[in-house]
Structures are given as C-alpha cells and as structure tokens.
Unconditional design. Structure first.
Length: 246
C-alpha cells in the first residue's frame, strides 16, 4: 500500500521488535500510522541474543529519522521468557548445527515461540490499553515456520479476543512481501537513510555473528537467515538499479 493512501489511526500500537530487518520496517510502518507506538522484545535465551542490544540502537536511530516518528514513540518493553529456552531444543536456543528435522522443519524453528510472543503481547497490550499489535511475520519469504503463516495469525487473533474479551487487531504488513519488497517498503517509509540504518544496525544472523560486514549487513553468511537476507538485498539492489536506468 503506498504511503500516501495509508490508513491513519488515532490510537496506540504495540510492535513486536526484535532488532531485525522485518521488525524495524514494521516499527516505521506503525509510526506512520498510529499516534502512539510502543515496542516489545523478548529475552528467551536465544543464541543470537545480540539482537537485544541491536534493537536498542536501531530503535533510537529510527525515531531520529523523522520528527513525527519521534513524537509518537512510546515505551520500550522487554519480557524474559527463559522457560522457552528451557523446553526448546533447537539451533536457536542451543549450540547446535543448523539442519532440517525429520518433520521437514528446520531445527531453527522454536515450537510455540510466535504463539507465546503474541499471547504475551496481547496481555501487555491489554494492560496498556492498546488494541493494535504489529508483527513482522511473513509467509512469502520465510523459513517454513508454521507460526508465521497467515492462517495461524488469523486464528490467534480470534483466540486472543475470545480469551481476553478484547478487540485486538493483529497487523502483519510484511505477510505477503518477499525480502526485496521489504527493503523497498523500508525505503518508501524512510528513504535511503532508513535502508542504510537497517542494513547497518539490524541483526539477522542466527549465530549472532557481528564480526563480519557484508554489503547486506553483519552475519556469518552461512546460516539460513543470512542467506535469505543476502538474496533479498541483492534482489533489492537489482530492482533499484533498473528503476534508476528506466
């Protein structure tokens, strides 16, 4: 949806903010639409815990790009979910090689993670008087995680509203975008300054590697998350060059 035709809400929103490319784009998307925006991150003992540090820097950088955004930004929340680390035997919560499981899912899939994230987001939103919850889950360009699917989010929205007697709206602005299109949306929202900020300060690598810089950002360049980000960045760069020469 072009920015010029976006729907405006004189309400608050809560953005699930991990410090990655997707959640950073979602934060800018929300700041364009809502009069007040709060952010929520989770510490669940993730292998790439560096994302929590990156999220703070990234959040501060985003609001500095736009005076309107700066006036709309609200509280930043971090919730500890160590129980998820205790029960999850995955490559995101253990020092394990990233492989495919027998069930066809990558072992980076943390069962119940997004379900818990959105449930806790709903509980926090209820306390804060917020009904709009924004998540960067995506079904177009993802790792096969079933809790990122549109059907899952729609079902969870119904469940949260029934279980909390609320009227939450779960927004998923990236659901049908690939990674290249997500970069395009970031540019549409905040120009090249936004693209550069996300590229430099966001974190994607599953291994938590920020020792090596690539054109597409920091990462190990071997894990599935790095591969997805790299291919998306290269496709975005190709599209940008074509539009310049068109």
């Amino acid at each position: 949806m072009p920015i010029s035709s976006k729907k405006q809400y004189d309400e608050s929103a809560l953005v699930l903010f991990s410090g990655g490319q997707d959640s950073a784009t979602c934060l800018a998307w929300a700041l364009e639409r809502f009069s007040r925006v709060e952010t929520l991150g989770f510490d669940y003992g993730q292998r790439h815990r560096i994302e929590l540090t990156c999220s703070t820097v990234l959040r501060e950088g985003i609001v500095q790009l736009n005076t309107v955004w700066a006036s709309r930004i609200g509280l930043d929340h971090t919730l500890p979910l160590q129980a998820l680390h205790t029960i999850a035997d995955t490559a995101l919560t253990r020092e394990a090689e990233i492989t495919m499981n027998k069930n066809g899912l990558p072992n980076t899939f943390v069962p119940g993670r997004n379900l818990l994230f959105l449930t806790f987001a709903g509980a926090l939103a209820a306390r804060r008087g917020i009904r709009h919850i924004v998540s960067g889950v995506c079904e177009t360009d993802y790792s096969g995680y079933p809790d990122c699917r549109d059907d899952t989010i729609k079902a969870l929205q119904v469940t949260l509203n029934l279980g909390m007697n609320s009227h939450f709206i779960l927004h998923t602005p990236l659901m049908w975008l690939n990674k290249a299109e997500t970069w395009c949306l970031a540019e549409e929202l905040g120009g090249q300054a936004m693209v550069t900020l996300i590229n430099r300060e966001s974190h994607t690598c599953y291994l938590g590697d920020r020792s090596t810089w690539h054109d597409w950002g920091y990462g190990c360049d071997t894990c599935p998350a790095c591969h997805l980000r790299k291919t998306g960045w290269e496709a975005y760069q190709t599209q940008t060059k074509k539009s310049i020469h068109a």
